[in-house]
Structures are given as C-alpha cells and as structure tokens.
Ligand binder design. Sequence first.
Ligand code: ADP
Ligand code: MG
Length: 287
Amino acid sequence: ATPTSIMVGTGKAAESGILFKGGEHLEKTHQLDAIIFDKTGTLTKGNPEVTDFTGDENSLQLLASAEKGSEHPLAEAIVTYAEVKQLQLDKADSFETIPGHGIKAKVNKKAIVVGNRKLLQDNGIETKEEEETLKSYEEHGKTAMLIAVDGELTGVIAVADTIKPTAIEAIQQLKAQDLEVIMLTGDNETTAQAIAKQVDIDQVFAEVLPEQKADKVKEVQLQGKTVAMVGDGINDAPALAISDIGIAIGTGTEVAIEAADVTILGGELLLIPKAIKLSHATIRNIR
Ligand code: ADP
Ligand code: MG
C-alpha cells in the first residue's frame, strides 16, 4: 500500500467533510459488511418536540419541573413545551435518572415518575389503562412516556423527532454498496419499528440499555462481520469505540467524536456512502 494514495484519499475525504483520524481507517472502511445506526440524533435530527399530552396543567407543571433536572433531549422537549405554555417551573427537591427508562423526582413534596412502562411498573404503578394510547402514539413513531404523581397515573406525553431529509437516500446507497443496515436504539420496539420503516431499515435492535449498545455491536462482529457504528451521544461512545469503524456525527457530543475513527461534518448521512466510495477508489489505486 502506498502511503501517498492513502494521504490523497483522506485529503479528498476531508475536503468533503469526512474527517478520518488516520489513513488506516480509510483502508478499513473498504472492508465493511454491516453498518449500525443509532436512532435519535443520528437518523433523526435530535430536536424532539411534544406532539401530544393527555394530562392537566398541574401534572404538566410537575412533570416539566421534574424534567428540568434531566439533560435528555426528551426532557428538553417537555420543558420547552411547558415554558411555551408560560408555566412557572419549580426546582426539584430530589432527582434521579434511571438510564434507558426515565426519571424520578420530588417536586413540591410530590413523587413524580416519568418514563416507559417498565419504569412505572417497577415502581408499582399499573400501566394497562394507558396501553392503547401509548401504542397509538408509538405506531406513529413517537416516543410516549407515562407520568405518575404520588403513585397515580396522570397522563401520557408523546414526543416526535423528524427524520433527517437525506437519511432515506443515504441508506439506499449503503444497501446498493452491499452493506447490511441495522438500527440500534433505547426506544421501545413499536416506535423503533415505525421509524425504521420510514427509512427502509429492516433490522432493528430496540430497547437496548445504554450500557448494552456495545454488546450489540460485538454480537454482529461475532457473526464474522466488519462493522461500522454511527452515533452522536455519550451513550454511543463505547459502541463507537468497539466497532471496526466508529463514525461520529459532527453535530453530536464531544465524547462520541473522541471515541470514533471518523467524523462526518454537520451530521450529513450522505457522507457515509461517499466515504465508502472514496475508500474503494483509494484501495483500487494502491493495488
Ligand atoms: P435513546 O437511545 O433513544 O437515546 P434512551 O436509552 O436514552 O434512548 O432512553 C430510552 C427510553 O427511556 C426513552 O424512550 C424514554 O421512554 C425513557 N427516558 C429516557 N430519558 C427520559 C427522561 N428524561 N424522561 C422520561 N423518559 C425518559
Ligand atoms: Mg443518539
């Protein structure tokens, strides 16, 4: 392999906004068999907005006050929604994040639990009465969260994120390049499937806890495949590090960018098939 052609290749890539940390990653990109995409902030824009809320104003005030302690994009959407409604938010007396499930907080002496079915059930709250509502939101690709105040269900809040405009085209190109395309998310199965369908991905790993994301990458590698992982979040960093080629979204967190081998500027997904094309062209020149 001539170092010169690798340098030319990484230089060309950089001009297009594909930043390889080293030439060896450009060479490795040529061998990829599978590519795993994180959902939120990677396939979607990562600016979720509240679309539906079934509770009253009082429960929204408590819910949003509780979520003020969370840095999750879902929490941001909920806080913004309450602020637009001019609700005065309180400072929580205590706050706890349950990764992959939701949050628990004390606000104005009331115990608030917000999150998925499992979190509420784990806290002894029956969720069956809201099942139909949850399901209908999820089938539309929304993330629906249950809200409980002092052990009583008070409503459901649904949040939706927009798919990046070029996601469909990027995935189509990757498939044409013979890559197996997979989606990986902490979100529930129904929501994940709905989003996957919109971008034409047929393999989905859903309800994966943050600490299990890397295990899923390993699982695909153990099938003998060379695997790329694309992600933006702190949660994705271990998966990016363990993958053969970690691809960070330029608009994502610093931690993800550090853990990755390549960064795509602006989070433009079309740069991924482009990187693969460049890698093939470079290897052809070497041989
Ligand atoms: P993702 O991979 O989409 O970032 P996470 O693992 O962070 O997902 O979260 C998984 C699920 O946990 C969410 O779909 C939601 O139901 C719940 N959850 C996470 N954070 C919060 C929060 N701050 N408030 C309510 N629910 C949350
Ligand atoms: Mg993400």
